[in-house]
Design a protein around this ligand. Structure first.
Ligand code: RNT
Ligand code: ZN
Length: 412
């Protein structure tokens, strides 16, 4: 008997069908961010991530142009598992020397990405306006700036992004999530907390006033509790965006590195699902005050995926990844995080949710605790290995990355 067959029997004792779990876990799309490949630098000349966003490390072989980034994505994606999407930032426009600023980006600047995504057979493309690493981030502000020209520039950038998102949705025949994150905030005690928020509200209203394909372009807003350099006040806070999204019929994006360390996104998902048809995620790993560490197979990740699964919301919750580590091999970082997310999905699908729910509703908390502890020791690894082999994905992928580092990255 193979390890998988034994595992299958073991899980069956708890009423869990490993075959169904393997299929379901591999079929959930994970939108993989392009920006792990080059430390969020982008291709449009914005330079090193700045304006509320920072990358640390200088590991060899950073992709410095479109060709290198594509090669690295190809390599990294070939080692990932299950259904994949590509999550692009607007700063990855392929301009080919054309002098055009972010408020003038058009679908044609992203046509090479569409071609590439089709070549890789991806499920779709998601998109993010880039409101950082640019001279028009004025005094740390974008859509909430008191300077009308600055606001208009960024409003026009976001409008352009909606048109590009429509193009992605059409070309890929798959809904495109457009996520707006802005760095706006203040380092020290504000003299006015309302003004910037009212300006942000007006800017968002202006952006959403353009007609766009609401069926296929899903707009999300991403909140943050604070950032480096904006410790005292963040314009786009959680309360601000949740109310805005609810009133305007758009959705919220929850980045699990963007809350107080004792607040859990796993708990927020069902809260939002009570009101929204779509909830978007940036799956990341916060460490103390810093978000964006490489995602690992840890408790909160498992709990996030568990909530998605037990709420029956794998089609409502759009899972995207968001981390950038420049201190280790970037491709290894990419693959580690993506695999951890998929592992957590499978883990979530291998729990006896119905039995546990009944125990909760019947106030059988003693049994529930005992059962949960037993489930932690079920032979999950054997089922994961089975998923890998069915997906033709290798277990010892690090060897491949190290030889790519030797042959490709180290000679850049
Ligand atoms: C920053 C936000 C945002 C970015 C990406 C690059 O704190 O998490 O999502 O990480 O847009
Ligand atoms: Zn994020």
């Amino acid at each position: 008997m193979t390890a998988y067959q034994l595992a299958k029997e073991e899980y069956a004792k708890f009423g869990i069908d490993t075959e169904a779990a393997i299929k379901a876990a591999a079929a959930v799309p994970i939108s993989v961010h392009c920006w792990q490949g080059d430390d969020v630098v982008g291709l449009d000349g914005g330079g090193a991530a700045s304006g509320g966003i920072q990358t640390t490390g200088n590991y060899l072989g950073r992709a410095t142009d479109f060709e290198e980034l594509k090669a690295d994505i190809k390599e990294a994606f070939s080692l990932m598992t299950g259904k994949l999407r590509l999550n692009l930032h607007a700063s990855y426009a392929v301009l080919n020397g054309e002098k055009v600023d972010r408020d003038g980006y058009e679908p044609k600047h992203f046509a090479p990405w569409v071609q590439f995504a089709k070549e890789l057979g991806l499920d779709g493309i998601d998109f993010n306006p880039t409101l950082f690493s640019h001279k028009n981030v004025k005094d740390g502000l974008t859509l909430s700036s008191p300077d009308e020209n600055i606001r208009t520039f960024w409003v026009n950038h976001c409008k352009a992004c909606l048109r590009i998102a429509e193009y992605f949705a059409r070309e890929m025949n798959s809904k495109c999530l457009v996520n707006i994150w802005i760095p706006d905030g203040l380092k020290d005690v504000p003299a006015d907390r309302l003004g910037p928020r009212l300006r942000l509200k007006q800017s968002l209203d202006d952006i959403l006033s353009v007609p766009y394909d609401k069926e296929n372009v899903l707009v999300a807003v991403e909140s943050k509790v604070f950032g480096i350099g904006v410790e005292s006040y963040t314009v786009g806070s959680n309360e601000f965006y949740q109310n805005y999204a609810a009133k305007k019929g758009i959705c919220c994006l929850l980045d699990n590195g963007h809350y107080h360390p004792l607040e859990y996104v796993s708990d927020k998902i069902p809260a939002l699902l009570a009101f929204y048809d779509t909830v978007a995620l940036h799956v990341t790993r916060g460490v103390r005050w810093d978000s964006d560490h490489v995602v690992l197979f840890e408790d909160e990740l498992k709990e996030i995926m568990t909530e998605i699964v037990r709420c029956g919301a794998t089609e409502k919750v759009r899972i995207g990844l968001d981390y950038f580590d420049a201190s280790i091999n970037r491709i290894a970082a990419w693959v580690t995080g993506q695999r951890a997310a998929r592992e957590a999905l499978l883990f979530a699908m291998l729990q006896p949710h119905e039995t546990m729910r009944k125990m909760q509703d019947g106030a059988r908390f003693t049994e529930l605790m005992a059962l949960r502890e037993r489930c932690k020791l079920l032979p999950f690894g054997a089922v994961w290995k089975e998923l890998l082999s069915r997906e033709n994905a290798r277990e010892d992928w690090i060897e491949e990355v190290l030889s790519y580092e030797k042959d490709v990255l180290s000679v850049r």
